[in-house]
Design a protein around this ligand. Structure first.
Ligand code: SAH
Length: 252
């Protein structure tokens, strides 16, 4: 029997945001690997093995998945959101690049998922309606100077900016540092959205400005969207606030 490895995205939380293709791959798997809280969203069927691992062991987990697929098993690696966005798909290809022989004789597939940025944007309206970029504030895998430069240049280019991994217990100050860098370039009235635990029971969405952003609740389950100069708020019915970015920019 020939094995294969499929890297699937489970979306930000709710089952209805998992694609049918991801569900089909999950149903067909012999072994599922992933960070424990992601595996906890699934229930194993008879004969399926779940191998949970720690958040920081991505390369070890990727190598293990390749070894198991090499033994002829059908392997699924799960990620939150989309597996290609700051997640396991890149870790798998890093493991393949390091040890190409590990990936001989079986297929690797990536099944897309709803990334946090898209779920957060949908909740609040259409903040990503014009050009945008995504930056992870985690400096586990890159120096802070690189993050700072990217923030500054993205702000200068007037992109809407989606910030992943804005803060954690180990890195409580980075988001504040990021606001300092952004505030040196962008107006204090710039719209900022904090979308926390989108799709989960304790979801909260806060719309504020760059001036007041340092006071907002922001943790490792938060996705932050910094508006562009054109991003605006609309008062909708039922007391709702919409945030959107028009599709066009006029000549300057
Ligand atoms: N692969 C994932 C991202 C992993 S990085 C994806 O595509 O969404 C982890 C970061 O994603 C978190 O620190 C947070 O910024 C964001 N995130 C993931 N799930 C989220 C959710 N349900 N609500 C808000 N942000 C979320």
């Amino acid at each position: 029997m020939s094995g294969h490895l499929t890297i699937v995205g489970l979306g930000p939380g709710p089952a209805e945001w998992v694609t049918p293709a991801a569900n089909a791959a999950i149903a067909a798997a012999d072994v599922l690997l992933g960070y424990a809280p992601y595996l906890a969203r699934l229930s194993p069927r008879a004969g399926q093995v779940f191998e949970a691992s720690d958040n920081r062991e991505e390369l070890v987990r990727a190598t293990r998945a390749l070894e198991l697929a090499g033994e002829g098993k059908r392997i699924v690696m799960v990620s939150g959101g989309d597996p290609g966005v700051f997640a396991m798909a890149a870790a798998v290809f890093e493991a393949v690049e390091k040890s190409p022989a590990l990936a001989n004789g079986f297929d690797i597939r990536v099944e897309p998922g709803v990334t946090a940025m898209l779920a957060a944007a949908a909740r609040i309206g259409a903040p990503l309606g014009h050009d945008f970029c995504a930056i992870s504030l985690s400096d586990n895998l890159k120096p802070w100077q690189v993050i700072e430069k990217r923030l500054r240049l993205a702000a200068e280019a007037d992109f809407v900016i989606a910030l992943y991994n804005p803060a954690s217990k180990a890195r409580p100050k980075q988001i504040q540092e990021a606001f300092r860098v952004l505030s040196a370039v962008r107006k204090p009235e710039t719209t900022v959205v904090f979308a926390r635990a989108v799709g989960r029971g304790d979801e909260s969405i806060e719309v504020t400005t760059l001036r007041d952003a340092p006071n907002a609740l922001c943790d490792m389950r938060t996705l932050v969207i910094i508006g562009s100069d054109a991003t605006r708020r609309l008062q909708g019915g039922k007391g709702r606030t919409w945030v959107y970015t028009p599709r066009s920019v006029r000549d300057e």
